[in-house]
Design a protein. Structure first.
Lengths: 484, 445
């Protein structure tokens, strides 16, 4: 006999399965919770160099997971991507400050001021990582870069030797770059450093067989680069995109439930059926639960009921939830999705405990509100300038005129606020600012590019609710709020 | 400055609100057929009102509303012969509830046309079938053709569909769905005229459509506005009498308002289909265009869902805005009706479909937001925000999100009924509309 979880048991399971993954701090990937959405396969292929991904879609997650043998092997199995098992990785840049492995923002800034070529900087990082003894012996990055500049022949020999070693091991040597918005506070300087990374990446492709770079980068940063070097189009052409479809998001939910640290997880797996048991107590959901909308909708209906109200005209829970979490460019971050669910779960437990389903539609509505804070916190982490730019608009209502926005910014002297953003004394707080902090129309355009705002055909600007709510803006309407 | 009609109403309402505070009594602002306002103060509890206060309110109203003030600006309910005709009138609209500081403020429109837009929808009873009104503020956008297609689509899912032609002024649906000879003997106008004198029993009002080809177990029935054309059948004479709101009969039992008689007519059609075949799963009400009482009744009182047709043009949006404003006067009404509305973008140009729909959507959103959506204050606490209804422009499930029907040049200026086989037209133009409308109506594509 099939055992079906009760609404109460489902709430316990959701609580156990999603609590950790929605914590504000980035959680390091774990075997049990490693989820492999179909769309992300291309991003892991060793031969793909550029991986575009907005804030919160998993760039850092994969950057870390690829450096972990166990996780790499699990991903290789899930994606049937055997080559991933014979990959050796080293970090070229990342969120963590690791001056022994790569230079930090302060050091990078000084080297740029001294006129060092960014290409040489990253070559130094790569060769040091590959074990070139001369570089290992030097104690500072400027010295290492100096060595690279003065030893072009040795540089080539070292690369060729590393290529040979990798070939003997039948491995691909992968150098990974992440957190490119933490290279430098000035967009121009950051762009120079990124150009250096991409030139190196292209060089590896053309000059070696087994050395490859993988560069995780925000789409707006990548797209605004003007790549001046030959064959740059090769990088653009085979770039992969990290994005989450609604099906991926639900796949993630079911994966987390099946792997939850809860006595109900096994019941849930039985209920849905077809799970594959992998190493380390990890369970992989059947393909249908990961990718078949009908199967997913049926399962989610067991959890949340079919509709966002008393009848079908109120919309379907399955489509309503991800749709209402989308930003201006149609993206939903997995963390905001899970946050909406945990919050809906708590809300239902508190207020609608007797409801027929584990999640009540009013709870889901509240969940979407709560997810807005999560999304804004995510963005603030990488793009603090967005927070600075949006604060003066709090208290306004959308749709809003361009003139009103600019007036708010002028009154607040945003240009000054943004330029002081770059003056962080603490290296770990360095983030790249907007392309042009003094041109307010350019800032609006940039906010549109990253999905914070959207320009309507009426000429007015709007904010998707996932940002509007937590940024403290209202929405104009003709029916006054009910007086209490 | 000269006070015009538009200003007078708002001014009058302000005075009414002041009166409710200064008297602590309920106040009704009545607007007569010429647009002149007067206040009726409910002193039926025996309250004593100072004559100076009453006079001051009258003077204030006369000063603020200019020529649009009645000869007796303020009347006390206790002096009226039949006070309940004002205080408990069925069209009374409450603008402001009673509070600690003042009485309730209501308004009463004594207009010629348009009162139906303000009448509340009766409590829906669950036994009723699924009724959908198809309405266009401007005519000539392919509404009847869409009704035909939708009826066939739903019938192909195995459902029993009744289509009702409420476009009494320019009937057309009946002819689209049925040849003249196969029409029932009587139509909606007959019911409206006969029911006014209690003679509506045993009118044949429905016939199963022979024109709609249905696969499977579905059926399409038609209730035309007029019966089979024949000698001695005078449509016009009946039409002229159909719209009347009749005084209640002596027993006070017979439904006599136009809305009540229309409701009874549709019920009667449903019952006849049920008797001849099976109860209809869906009733499609092809409403007439413009601001007309029939349309008002169909949308506010007969239908569970209204599909509002339009092209992206200033007249369309001005029209809908005017219409929605009627409801937005009373927040409670706006809240009750807005989620039962859905825009249909008619005659969408094929070659620039995406751009056109984007513009349409934004115009529709502006129109709905300004009149029917809740104002969401900024920095509202998260709790409150979730309660409010104001879907974002791109919300696909919002009332303003258009269901598209593509433009079919062949249909322009064509007398469809005279062209057998016309419905072999390009169906792909309707594909999205049919799928989405069907999902809204019956929860299945």
């Amino acid at each position: 006999m099939r055992i079906i979880l009760s609404p109460y048991e489902y709430r316990e399971l959701i609580q156990a399965g999603l609590a950790a993954s929605t914590a504000a701090d980035t959680v390091d990937p774990q075997p049990r919770t490693l989820f492999t959405p179909d769309r992300h396969r291309a991003a892991l292929e060793p031969n793909i160099t550029v991986v575009r991904g907005a804030r919160g879609v998993g760039k850092t997650f994969w950057f870390k997971a690829l450096q972990d043998g166990t996780l790499r092997s699990l991903a290789a199995d899930d994606y049937q991507l055997e080559r991933l098992k014979s990959v050796e990785t080293l970090a070229g840049y990342g969120t963590e400050l690791r001056p022994d492995v790569y230079p930090g923002p302060a050091s990078l800034g000084r080297m740029l001021e001294n006129g060092d070529d960014p290409y040489d900087i990253w070559m130094a990082v790569l060769l040091r990582g590959l074990g070139t003894p001369e570089l290992q012996q030097l104690s500072s990055w400027p010295e290492r870069v100096q060595w690279i500049r003065s030893h072009p022949d040795e540089q080539d020999e070292e690369l060729a030797a590393a290529d040979r070693r990798a070939s003997e091991n039948q491995a691909t040597q992968l150098v990974l770059f992440d957190a490119l918005d933490r290279l430098h506070s000035s967009r121009e300087r950051a762009n120079q450093l990124i150009q250096g990374i991409l030139r190196l990446a292209l060089d590896l492709r053309t000059r070696t067989r087994n050395l490859r770079a993988k560069v995780f980068i925000r789409p707006d940063m990548f797209d605004s680069l003007t790549l001046h070097f030959a064959d740059a189009s090769k990088l653009t052409a085979n770039a992969a995109n990290l994005a989450w479809s609604a099906t991926n998001l639900y796949g993630l939910l079911f994966h987390q439930l099946g792997n939850a640290d809860s006595r109900h997880a096994a019941t849930f797996r039985n209920e849905t059926g077809g799970w594959r048991s992998a190493e380390d107590h990890r369970y992989v959901p059947p393909r249908s639960l990961m990718g078949d909308q009908e199967v997913q909708q049926e399962k989610f209906t067991d959890i949340a009921g079919p509709w966002m109200g008393a009848n079908h005209r109120k919309g379907y829970t399955y489509t309503w939830l991800p749709n209402h979490l989308m930003d201006g460019i149609g993206q939903t971050s997995p963390r905001s999705f899970l946050r909406a669910l945990t919050s809906a779960n708590e809300e239902t437990g508190d207020k609608f405990a007797g409801h027929k389903y584990a999640l009540h539609w009013d709870g889901i509505r509240r969940g979407v509100q709560a997810a807005s804070s999560t999304r804004v916190a995510e963005v603030a982490e990488d793009l603090p300038w967005v927070l600075t730019a949006m604060q003066p608009l709090a208290g306004k209502q959308v749709p809003i005129d361009r003139e009103t926005i600019v007036d708010c910014w002028l009154a607040d002297d945003l240009a000054t606020g943004l330029s002081s953003n770059g003056k962080e004394s603490n290296e770990s707080e360095v983030r790249t600012g907007p392309r042009n902090p003094t041109d307010y129309d350019a800032i609006i355009r940039e906010l549109i590019e990253i999905g914070i705002m959207s320009r309507r055909t009426t000429g007015k600007l709007d904010l998707p609710d996932v940002y509007r709510i937590a940024f403290g803006l209202g929405r104009k309407g003709g029916v006054p709020r009910i007086q209490a | 400055m000269t006070i015009r009609f538009d200003d007078a109403w708002g001014k009058g309402l302000e005075v009414a609100k002041q009166a409710a505070v200064s008297t602590h009594l309920d106040v009704v602002l009545v607007r007569d057929v010429l647009g002149r306002g007067s206040l009726v103060i409910d002193d039926s509890g025996g309250e004593e009102l100072a004559a100076t206060l009453v006079e001051a309110l009258g003077t204030k109203l006369a000063a603020d509303a200019g020529p649009f003030v009645a000869s007796a600006p303020v009347t006390l309910a206790s002096t009226l012969f039949l006070p309940e005709q004002v205080l408990r009138a069925r069209d009374l609209v409450t603008v402001q509830e009673r509070t600690v500081v003042g009485g309730q403020v209501s308004m009463l429109e004594r207009g010629l046309v348009g009162a139906e837009w303000l009448r509340p929808r009766p409590e829906s009873d669950s036994e009723r079938s699924n009724r959908v009104a198809l309405y266009g503020f401007k005519g000539g956008v392919g509404r009847s053709t869409a009704t035909f297609m939708l009826a066939q689509h739903l019938a192909n899912q195995g459902r029993c569909v009744l289509t009702v032609d409420l476009d009494l002024e320019s009937p057309g649906l009946g002819a689209l769905l049925q040849g003249d000879d196969d029409l029932p003997a009587y139509g909606l106008v007959d019911y409206l005229v006969e029911s006014a004198v209690g003679n509506e029993d045993e009118l044949d009002l429905v016939a199963q459509s022979r024109m709609v080809q249905v696969e499977g177990n579905g059926e399409v029935w038609v209730a035309p506005s007029g019966g089979r054309p024949r000698e001695g059948y005078d449509y016009l004479a009946k039409l002229n009498r159909a719209y009347l709101d009749l005084p209640w009969d002596d027993a006070g039992e017979r439904p006599t308002s136009l809305a009540d008689r229309l409701e009874a007519a549709v019920r009667s059609c449903e019952a006849q289909v049920a008797q001849l075949s099976r109860p209809p799963d869906v009733v499609l009400l092809d409403s007439r265009a413009g601001i007309h009482d029939i349309a008002a009744i169909a949308i506010t009182q007969l239908a569970d869902l209204s599909l509002l047709f339009g092209t992206d043009s200033a007249p369309t949006w001005n029209g809908y805005r005017a219409l929605f404003q009627q409801w937005s006067l009373v927040p409670k009404r706006a809240r009750a009706i807005r989620e039962r509305l859905r825009m249909v973008a008619a005659m969408v140009p094929r070659d620039r479909r995406e751009d056109y729909l984007e513009v349409f959507r934004d115009h529709a959103q502006s129109c709905f937001a300004a009149t029917l959506y809740d104002d969401v204050p900024s920095r509202s606490d998260l709790e409150g925000d979730a309660e409010l209804f104001n879907p974002a422009p791109d919300d696909e499930s919002a009332p303003h999100a258009p269901l598209p029907i593509l433009f079919i040049p062949e249909l322009v200026g064509l007398d469809l009924a005279a062209r057998p086989g016309w419905h072999e037209i390009d169906r792909s133009a309707y594909a999205t509309f049919l799928d989405s409308a069907s999902e809204l109506i019956v929860g299945e594509r």
